[in-house]
Design a protein around this ligand. Structure first.
Ligand SMILES: CC(C)(COP(=O)(O)OP(=O)(O)OC[C@H]1O[C@@H](n2cnc3c(N)ncnc32)[C@H](O)[C@@H]1OP(=O)(O)O)[C@@H](O)C(=O)NCCC(=O)NCCS
Length: 163
C-alpha cells in the first residue's frame, strides 16, 4: 500500500480490512454520550472503498492506531476535513498531528488546493491551533449545533511541499 506523504511516513490509505479496527478506535476515542454520529465499521468500509474520500490510517508498533478522514465533493476545489481519532492508549505522541499533515497531502493528491473544516465557535483552543497552522475564517454559521453554538468554517490553501 502506498504511503500518503513521505517515504518514512507511518500513514497509508486504509483498506476495507482496517474497518473493524477503526470502528473500535472510534468508539474508544469519542465519548458516545457526547457524540451521536460515531462512524460505524460499515461506514469505514464504505469510505475506504470510495473514490471521493481519503481515509488515512497511521500505524504504531505494527498496529493501526488512528485515522483521518477527508471528503471530496465533485466540482469543489477543497477537501473537507471530516474526522480524526487516535487510540487513547497512544494519544499525545504526535500521531494526530502526523495524520493531519497526511490528510492535507491527500487533498493535494486528489488535485484539490484547499482544506476546509468546521469547528465550534466556543472552541478557542482549536481556533488558536488551526490559526497557527494558517487556517482562516471563511464562513460563520449561526445556531449550527443543537445547543445553539455557531459553527466556524476555516480554510487554508495548500501548497506542494509545504506543511
Ligand atoms: C484529537 C486527537 C486525534 C489528537 O491525537 P494525538 O495523537 O493525541 O495528537 P498529537 O499528539 O499529535 O497532538 C497533541 C495535541 O494536539 C491536539 N491535536 C492535534 N491535532 C489535532 C487536530 N487536527 N484537531 C484537534 N486537536 C488536535 C491534541 O488533542 C493534543 O492536544 P493537547 O496537547 O492539548 O492534549 C486525539 O486526541 C483524539 O482522538 N481525540 C478524540 C477524538 C477527537 O476529538 N477528534 C478531533 C475532532 S474530529
Amino acid at each position: 500500500m502506498q504511503p500518503i506523504s513521505t517515504d518514512d511516513s507511518r500513514c497509508r490509505s486504509a483498506t476495507i480490512e482496517d474497518a473493524g479496527r477503526l470502528a473500535a478506535i472510534e468508539r474508544a476515542a469519542f465519548d458516545p454520550s457526547r457524540y451521536d454520529g460515531l462512524i460505524t465499521q460499515r461506514q469505514f468500509r464504505h469510505f475506504a472503498a470510495r473514490a471521493h474520500a481519503a481515509l488515512i490510517v497511521i500505524e504504531h508498533d505494527g498496529a493501526v492506531a488512528g485515522y483521518a478522514l477527508v471528503l471530496f465533493r465533485r466540482g469543489s476545489s477543497a477537501g473537507r476535513f471530516y474526522s480524526l481519532a487516535v487510540d487513547p492508549a497512544i494519544q499525545g505522541a504526535g500521531l494526530g498531528s502526523e495524520l493531519f499533515r497526511a490528510a492535507e497531502n491527500a487533498v493535494l493528491a486528489h488535485d484539490r488546493s484547499r482544506m476546509r473544516l468546521e469547528i465550534r465557535e466556543d472552541n478557542q483552543t482549536l481556533l488558536n491551533r488551526y490559526g497557527k497552522m494558517g487556517y482562516r475564517l471563511a464562513l460563520r454559521v449561526p445556531h449550527y449545533y443543537p445547543d445553539g453554538c455557531a459553527a466556524l468554517r476555516l480554510e487554508r490553501t495548500l501548497q506542494l511541499g509545504a506543511s
